[in-house]
Write a protein of this length. Structure first.
Length: 263
């Protein structure tokens, strides 16, 4: 009888863990497998970084593709959550989950700015040169307290073109404020704003639709009415933006460059 009880207990526990892993609202991994040879990257940010469930395909954040560029020793933990700003991510306690996991020698990539500019929303709005920098500094300081290495990533551009087909800046002073903070705190920075702007200008207004969530009606079952989304990516866009982040790691001479797959 005892044997049956323990078998039943093990089955229930296993099912519970599988359920949590598959259906947790957060894309951040609950179970964190570590060994002495692994290298861990934690991502915090908004919807442009997030990992999405299959029911939202083909929507995809660049964090979902980052692991493709590294050897197996590198483990990417994507804690980014749609709709969050540097303020709301912190005030909701989202960073506490990351801090419980992150350890000495791990990396923390920080990309916020899309939702910080929403002035009418007091829970998310930050001023670029005051509260935005203040919250970014909290992530930097608390990561360093755990012995982790913070890397700032300026927000990826939106698909926002002028009538002349030239990309218009989407994020005002937020990228400049982040760059200023990087100098003040001696933190490495990847200028994804500039990199993505150059990429989108090179590709042009029409072809960038294939990178963003521009979908024809019934093209995907999850979007029967189609979609014209100039902020979020589908797979090709997520992959290209992740490649720009990796390019940035090489440019700042990060030790992570040693783990990048060679083409």
């Amino acid at each position: 009888m005892k044997r049956k009880f323990w078998i039943f207990t093990v089955i229930i526990f296993s099912c519970l863990m599988i359920f949590l892993l598959l259906f947790s609202d957060d894309s951040f991994a609950i179970m964190n497998k570590r060994d002495k040879d692994s290298v861990h990257i934690y991502l915090i940010g908004d919807s442009t970084v997030s990992t999405y469930k299959p029911k939202l395909a083909p929507r995809m954040g660049w964090g979902q593709k980052l692991n493709n560029f590294f050897h197996e020793r590198v483990v990417v933990h994507n804690a980014a959550i749609p709709g969050r700003s540097s303020k709301s991510f912190y005030e909701e306690g989202r960073f506490e989950k990351v801090k419980r996991e992150i350890s000495h020698g791990d990396y923390l990539f920080i990309q916020f700015g899309h939702n910080d500019a929403k002035r009418a929303d007091a829970e998310r709005y930050t001023d670029p040169f005051t509260t935005y920098k203040m919250y970014l500094k909290k992530y930097i300081d608390e990561a360093r307290e755990k012995g982790a290495i913070p890397i700032l990533v300026t927000p990826v551009e939106r698909r926002n073109y002028s009538k002349q087909g030239i990309l218009i800046d989407s994020h005002g002073n937020y990228p400049s404020a982040m760059k200023q903070l990087a100098v003040e705190e001696n933190v490495d920075l990847i200028d994804l704003t500039t990199k993505s702007k150059e990429l989108f200008n090179n590709i042009g207004p029409e072809k960038t639709k294939k990178l963003f969530l521009w979908l024809e009606p019934f093209e995907f079952s999850h979007f029967p009415e189609g979609k014209k989304d100039n902020t979020h990516f589908q797979e090709q866009g997520a992959y290209l933006i992740a490649s720009l982040v990796v390019e940035g790691l090489v440019e700042i001479n990060s030790p992570l460059k040693e783990y990048i797959k060679q083409e």
